[in-house]
Design a protein around this ligand. Structure first.
Ligand code: C2E
Ligand code: CA
Ligand code: CA
Ligand code: CA
Length: 275
């Protein structure tokens, strides 16, 4: 490991210094952002693969930085996790998403992402319950998206928390399935309600006739254990047809809808429901 880190020092470039300074600054800026309304959620529809009707919506975090504009969660969530700030940010996202979903048609579910950090030393089950109660949203309307990292922790606290939340009526989704180290062995440690296959798999389907054996194996396994599958990152008609042919239940991706503002999603849902 030592040789390796020396090697990376040799490759040190000025932009890496800039990057680490921004990471440092991000830590202080994230703290300031919490009290000053800089976070917001965007909403991406999830459709039935068969008829493309909207069945749910995923809430995705955005950070409107005062100087740097909109920052992607892939950039700030790792820093928020490392500093523990993901706990208040995650609580805020959960509350906000539940409040927003309250005004949607009652057949539409809201999916919220939860970080592994929110399961550690934190009463997540209580936080979820309070968010639902305060918003007046029935637990059946909420889905919590977690990655397999939640099952990999040393103690059983996370699994117990997942069970506690699931017992209240909230669905638990295994997100980014297929990207972890031991997906297949973890699938049996908790009875997930849904599986979401990571977008890296479908992105390899480019031309008509293309097939992705690993993807098909994952689909087949999910079907064997009877857990409904969502495929995310569907960008082309061709990919949609491919996953439909494999019997995938739900689909999410730029082809059908991109993440959008609170105002826009309300309009789309009203149109979808024909109210
Ligand atoms: P994720 O949970 O896997 O979310 C799916 C990501 O794929 C989102 O990126 C979404 O905008 C993007 N996406 C959707 N359709 C397509 C498509 O057709 N093509 C491509 N290339 N991408 C598509 P986003 O919004 O940048 O979020 C990135 C990640 O940040 C999320 O990945 C999730 O891990 C994390 N994240 C977002 N919001 C939250 C949150 O509230 N809490 C936590 N803990 N993590 C969050
Ligand atoms: Ca997700
Ligand atoms: Ca995902
Ligand atoms: Ca992801």
């Amino acid at each position: 490991a030592k040789t390796k880190s020396r090697g990376s020092f040799q490759a040190f470039r000025p932009e890496m210094q800039l990057k680490s300074e921004w990471t440092k600054r991000m830590r202080t800026d994230l703290l300031a952002a919490i009290g000053t309304d800089q976070f917001f959620l965007v909403y991406q529809p999830i459709m039935k693969a068969s008829d493309q009707s909207i069945v749910g919506v995923e809430a995705l975090l955005r950070w409107h930085h005062p100087d740097r504009g909109i920052i992607s969660p892939t950039e700030f969530i790792p820093v928020a996790e490392e500093t523990g700030l993901i706990i208040p940010i995650g609580t805020w996202a959960l509350q906000r998403a539940c409040q927003t979903a309250r005004s949607w048609p009652s057949n539409i579910k809201i999916s919220v992402n939860a970080s592994i950090k929110q399961f550690e030393n934190n009463n997540l089950a209580g936080v979820v319950r309070d968010a639902l109660t305060n918003a007046g949203l029935p637990p059946e309307r909420l889905k919590l998206e977690v990655t397999e990292s939640v099952l990999m922790t040393e103690n059983s606290v996370s699994i117990n928390t997942l069970k506690e939340i699931q017992n209240t009526g909230v669905s638990i989704i295994l997100d980014d399935f297929g990207t972890g180290y031991s997906s297949l062995s973890y699938i049996n440690t908790f009875s997930f309600d849904f599986i979401k296959i990571d977008k890296s798999f479908i992105s390899r389907i480019c031309r008509p006739g293309d097939r992705e054996p690993i993807f098909e194996a994952i689909m087949g396994m999910a079907q064997a254990i009877r857990i409904p599958v969502t495929v995310e990152g569907v960008e082309t008609v061709h990919q949609l047809e491919y996953i439909r042919g494999l019997g995938c239940e739900f689909v999410q991706g730029y082809l059908l809808a991109k993440p959008m503002s609170e105002t826009d999603i309300s309009r789309v849902l009203i149109y979808n429901g024909g109210i």
